[in-house]
Design a binder for this molecule. Structure first.
Ligand SMILES: [Zn+2]
Length: 378
């Protein structure tokens, strides 16, 4: 067994971090998911969108058409779907547990595609936020720093692969590196240094086997293939009929037990049930170990929302039991920057010389501080 990684810094990134890479914040998620502007009319994505919309109209609009602005939070949708489907129940007369699982997969597949499309758009026309991220990735010291990402996207992994050709990733949950080879998944040999990144809510480039319960990860830019694997032939059959031909479907078998049972497990927002899955609980255990060893906790674009109460409990627990209390850096931005900073001060205390707050994102001051504490190379 390899020696366990003992990082000096732990960088915790939230939605605000990925926002710099062009991805929507929670409020914009629904709108982007349902946006027909960029999908082919009568194409597969349009069919999925129509299906999700009709679910929202019936369950939340009493049958009346709902615009994305009138939708409840995605968090509410996922929670209702999960609470019913996971216990084998209907949600109202029209959606059985099996239907609800298709709804969930359709939303997740749309999400995976939307995230990769938004990322590609920003990559093609980078702005100041993107360039600041590139500077960050160029200097990030993966040799002594670990990352905890509360996001499902692969912004961090892709940034590090591009800036430092760091392609080996240790997700801290025993996930195995594989890649698509046509319709199969094969092992992906990787050499060189590792990026240590924990994703306790899951990741869009992971596949989970429902039979042997192993977790696999594919290259962070290959998420379209993951989407093709997750939405299966029988799922398409549930959707409204269409004249267009079926989209690409992958039926790769599990590389460990060879069962055709690959799916995904996202800990969708606050709902804690998904955390019972082995890779999520392994991620949390590794997170605790990293938090205990790190001298600096660096929060970037993470507003510490109330919904993350279990994570906040972990942070508080570790903070209070470490003889050497961690230094805390908060890099935030946007309209609510002051509110966010206030929330951190109330939660962790405002200790002179041990707290560092930056309210304008990864600006020159923030980057200089990150060099001082050796998150970035000098
Ligand atoms: Zn398996």
């Amino acid at each position: 067994m390899a020696k366990e990684f003992d990082p000096g810094n732990l960088v915790i990134v939230g939605a605000g971090f990925s926002f710099s890479a062009g991805l929507p914040l929670a409020g914009g998620f629904t709108k982007e998911l349902l946006s027909l502007g960029r999908v082919v009319a009568d194409g597969p994505s349009a069919r999925q969108i129509a299906f999700i919309k009709s679910f929202a109209d019936q369950v939340f609009g009493e049958g009346a058409s709902r615009t994305p602005d009138e939708w409840p939070d995605l968090e509410d949708i996922f929670t209702l779907v999960d609470l019913s489907a996971n216990t084998g129940h209907h949600l109202g007369p029209h959606y059985s547990a099996a239907d609800l699982r298709v709804v969930r997969r359709a939303i997740i597949v749309r999400m995976i595609r939307m995230l990769s499309q938004a990322y590609r758009r920003r990559q093609r026309s980078p702005d100041a936020g993107w360039r600041a991220l590139e500077t960050f990735f160029g200097g990030f010291r993966a040799d002594i720093s670990a990352v905890l990402s509360m996001n499902w996207d692969t912004v961090f992994e892709r940034g590090m692969a591009r800036a430092q050709t760091l392609r080996r990733v240790d997700y801290g949950c025993h996930a195995r590196a594989v890649m698509f080879d046509g319709n199969s998944l094969i092992d992906r040999p990787l050499t060189g240094d590792s990026l240590h990144i924990l994703k306790p809510h899951g990741s869009v480039n992971w596949l989970y086997c429902d039979a042997c319960r192993e977790t696999f990860w594919v290259p962070p830019s290959d998420t379209d293939q993951v989407a093709q694997t997750l939405f299966r032939r029988q799922d398409w059959a549930v959707l409204p009929k269409s004249k267009s031909k079926l989209p690409a479907i992958r039926t790769a078998a599990c590389p460990h037990c060879y069962t055709q049972s690959l799916g995904t497990r996202f800990a969708t927002f606050s709902y804690r049930k998904a955390l019972d899955f082995p890779m999520h609980s392994a991620s949390w255990r590794t997170a605790e170990q990293y938090l205990k060893g790190a001298a600096d906790w660096v929060f970037i674009g993470y507003s510490m929302p109330a919904a993350d109460f279990e994570f906040k409990h972990l942070l508080k627990r570790v903070q209070l039991t470490e003889g050497d209390r961690p230094n805390i850096t908060v890099i935030t931005g946007g309209r609510d920057a002051d509110v966010t900073i206030d929330r951190y001060k109330k939660f962790f205390g405002d200790v002179k010389g041990k707290r560092f707050f930056f309210r304008n994102g990864l600006d020159a001051n923030a980057l200089r501080h990150l060099k001082d504490i050796k998150v970035l190379r000098a």
